[in-house]
Ligand binder design. Structure first.
Ligand SMILES: [Zn+2]
Ligand SMILES: [Zn+2]
Length: 751
């Protein structure tokens, strides 16, 4: 098994090897309530007995308890909800079940699995944006196991609930798969979509049992309760067998050159992928960007073809922008062994079947321990041993974790954070609910804390009208509410010569990835962008084989639109207000692929992208900084470090997620004319986080200072001032000066 392991692990690039012990599985007898047909169907596909956690969760759900099953990747969570739902569908010819997943890929896998059981009368069907109009009516009338996603529920099924009346009336189970994906603003929206679903079901007389599946997490019962608004029981004791996993941390080596040059994480990952594939080891390489997935696949193919011509064909790239058929075909090829290596962007985009691989290589730390274990969980066939390699990128955060394994192993994963009472989510969601049917006072209690106040505010602003029978939606048409808050249509990538649609790129990344001159890779083949037509959301490309890669450079700016509120604390100012965050891709570099050498820099003429949002910011006078002992040269590093730590600590105050927030620090901002730290909501119109930060600024900044102080690292680490999402490669950062700045701010701010 994994014959290259021993050679690799003795190399100097390995900074730590963590052995995760094998675990024996515990099976139990099938619960006696399981329907005979269902039991036979599982037996037929080779499941002779359930694991203990599957049976426990299934029995709770059968008994009508809401349950969350939070166990590892590949522990068979789907049986936990399929057993009670399908048994019910077989024993009650009218009952229905609704399955929700965060991605279409996962729903497609589930559909395949449930359809494969071939149970009469269940008629499982996917109902999503790709479902042809002609099939929708049939699904509503006849399917008893509908697979969809929260977006479809929000945009189509709930507003059109009368068409779904027959389905909702008989709704026995709601399955929420991969529920840890619902976090931050998106998660808070989904929490209300689920409450709207409960209300719609109740309207027709149903009160379904919720079964949730989650990755292992800190407090799954609490997170599931917040997501659904229900009391949820957790099953967390994983009884599935696991092969031993060897988890290696990998620091790309320095060359013998003078001065030495560090090998790139991309090249190391491609080498590892090629070495594993050569040894017939089925391997998945995870990377952070689409571009890197394409490059790694292309590098690894080159390496393999030079060892044995034709071997390169066993490696491919996989990412979300590909067309659905291409993605399914790639997954099948890896499962069948036709492909041995795949470079992929995101664990969530992959199908659930894709576990039991021999090795996983991560090109860079994925940012959270939760994502790291999710990716690592793809490795390890039942009973077999597996290898996971985490390759550090040339970035202080990655370097820190490969030299501090205690930051990764033996610690619980981060809890997903969401806040349904966020007024910026609650208000729009109440409008959606009112559109679906007038909101009575008992409805408002379903929507939780703040709903009564939010409804009367909506009535005061004219969005809703209050009548004796409840709050009514007054506008024409449906409320325009975007669950993901990203905005903009995806850009289609089209080959000019053939008119072929190669794939799509989301609007937010189109400027960076599809600017004129950009090298666009698709399945290892290269294309160069000729034209980016923003009005029609199309990029025209031609096939080419350049020896360079392209690297966009962008500039982020914050400008103050208006101040809503401020605190004048002498040399310190604290502000809440509306800001425009501007991001502009201004130029790109061409770099030789072989050496990384910069060939040239080309300016670009792309319009800036603007985000109007809400920010909290503080200013500190230069004189106060010098009195505190911060030298002018240290100001940028001090403010930048204080900004990162404050963003990291904001979830304490605002129950948001650090990925929902952005920041900017500068030694002199044109609008404030002072050294300034901005922290802003990363969602159009704001999401309420900055507002809470402003209201609790002293508490927030005290916690920030204390966290930096308490960290035992010498000059900064991911636990204090480094950020996994920094646009400046975590540079400059000055840990002691950040503490000095925060002390100065706190000494003036009123408590
Ligand atoms: Zn630290
Ligand atoms: Zn930064």
């Amino acid at each position: 098994m994994v014959p290259v392991t021993h050679n690799l692990l003795s190399g100097s690039a390995v900074t730590h090897v963590e052995e995760v012990a094998a675990r024996a599985g515990r099976t139990v007898a099938w619960p006696d309530w399981v329907h005979g047909d269902v039991l036979r169907a599982y037996t037929r596909i080779g499941i002779s007995q359930p694991w203990e956690h599957q049976a426990n969760a299934a029995t709770m759900a059968h008994d009508g308890l809401h349950v969350v099953l939070a166990t590892g990747t590949g522990s068979g969570k789907s049986l936990g909800y399929q057993l009670p739902a399908l048994s019910r569908l077989r024993s009650d010819e009218r009952a229905t079940a609704l399955y929700l997943s965060p991605t279409k890929a996962l729903a497609a896998d589930q559909l395949r699995a449930v359809a494969g059981l071939d149970l009469p009368g269940v008629r499982p069907a996917a109902y999503d944006g790709d479902t042809p109009r002609a099939e929708r009516e049939w699904i509503r009338q006849h399917s008893r196991f509908v697979l969809t996603n929260p977006d479809m529920l929000h945009h189509a099924m709930l507003p059109g609930h009368t068409k779904w009346a027959a389905f909702l009336r008989r709704l026995a189970y709601v399955v929420v798969d991969e529920c840890h994906a619902y976090r931050g603003v998106f998660g808070s929206h989904v929490a209300h979509v689920l409450r709207r679903l409960r209300r719609a079901a109740a309207r027709y007389g149903a009160s379904p049992t919720f079964v949730l599946a989650s990755a292992t997490s800190g407090d799954p019962a609490d997170a599931a309760a917040r997501l659904t608004g229900l009391d949820v029981h957790a099953v967390v004791d994983d009884a599935s067998p696991r092969g031993a996993v060897t988890f290696a941390l990998w620091e790309p080596p320095l060359s013998d050159d003078v001065p030495p040059v560090r090998s790139s994480a991309l090249a190391e990952t491609a080498d590892l992928l090629a070495a594993f594939v050569r040894d017939d080891t089925r391997t998945l390489a995870f990377v952070r960007s689409r571009k890197a997935a394409e490059l790694i696949a292309s590098f690894a193919r080159g390496r393999l073809d030079s060892m044995l011509p034709g071997l390169g064909r066993r490696v491919a790239a996989y990412r979300g922008g590909y067309l659905r058929e291409d993605r399914r075909a790639l997954e099948q090829a890896l499962l069948s062994g036709e492909l041995l290596g795949l470079a992929s962007t995101n664990a969530l985009e992959l199908g659930v079947d894709l576990v039991g691989l021999d090795a996983v290589v991560m090109c860079g730390y994925p940012g959270t321990r939760a994502s790291m274990w999710q990716q690592a969980g793809r490795a390890g066939r039942a009973g077999g041993d597996a290898l996971v390699v985490l390759v550090a990128r040339d970035d202080p955060l990655d370097m820190y974790v490969v030299h501090h394994p205690a930051a990764l192993f033996g610690r619980p994963v981060e809890a997903a954070v969401l806040d349904p009472s966020n007024p910026y989510v609650l208000g729009p969601q109440l409008c959606c609910a009112a559109f679906e049917g007038p909101l009575t006072s008992s409805d408002l209690s379903l929507f939780g804390k703040g709903a009564v106040e939010a409804a009367s505010a909506l009535a005061a602003s004219g969005a809703l009208r209050k009548r004796p029978t409840g709050y009514y939606w007054t506008q024409r048409g449906t409320p325009d509410v975007d669950l993901r808050g990203t905005g903009g249509a995806p850009v289609s990538v089209v080959e000019s010569a053939t008119g072929k649609l190669l794939g799509t790129v989301d609007a937010g990344s189109a400027h960076a990835m599809l600017h004129p001159g950009a090298v666009h890779l698709h399945q290892g083949a290269s294309f160069v962008v000729d034209e980016l037509d923003l009005a029609d959301a199309v990029a025209l490309v031609h096939a080419a084989d350049p020896t360079y890669s392209t690297h966009p450079r962008d500039i982020t700016d914050v400008s103050v639109v208006s101040v809503r509120s401020y605190v004048d604390a002498g040399p310190i100012g604290l502000f809440l207000g509306d800001v425009d965050v501007t991001n502009q891709v201004v130029s790109f570099q061409r770099r030789r692929i072989s050496t990384g050498e910069v060939i040239d820099t080309t300016p670009l003429d792309l319009p800036p992208r603007e985000l109007r949002t809400v920010a909290v910011w503080y200013t500190i006078s230069p004189r106060e900084l010098s009195r505190a002992g911060v030298a002018p040269a240290d100001i940028p590093g001090a403010l930048h470090a204080a900004e990162h730590a404050a963003i990291g600590l904001l979830p304490l105050i605002a129950t948001c997620d650090r990925w929902d927030i952005g920041g900017l620090s500068t030694a002199n901002h044109p609008d404030t004319e002072a050294p300034t730290v901005f922290v802003y909501d990363g969602h159009p119109g704001g999401a309420g986080f900055a507002e809470r930060a402003y209201a609790a600024a002293a508490t927030w900044l005290t916690a920030t200072r204390d966290a930096i102080n308490a960290c035992t690292c010498e000059s900064g680490c991911p636990s204090c001032i480094q950020s996994p999402k920094c646009g400046n490669n975590n540079s400059p950062l000055d840990k002691p000066a950040a503490v000095t700045v925060l002390n100065a701010v706190l000494s003036h701010l009123p408590a």
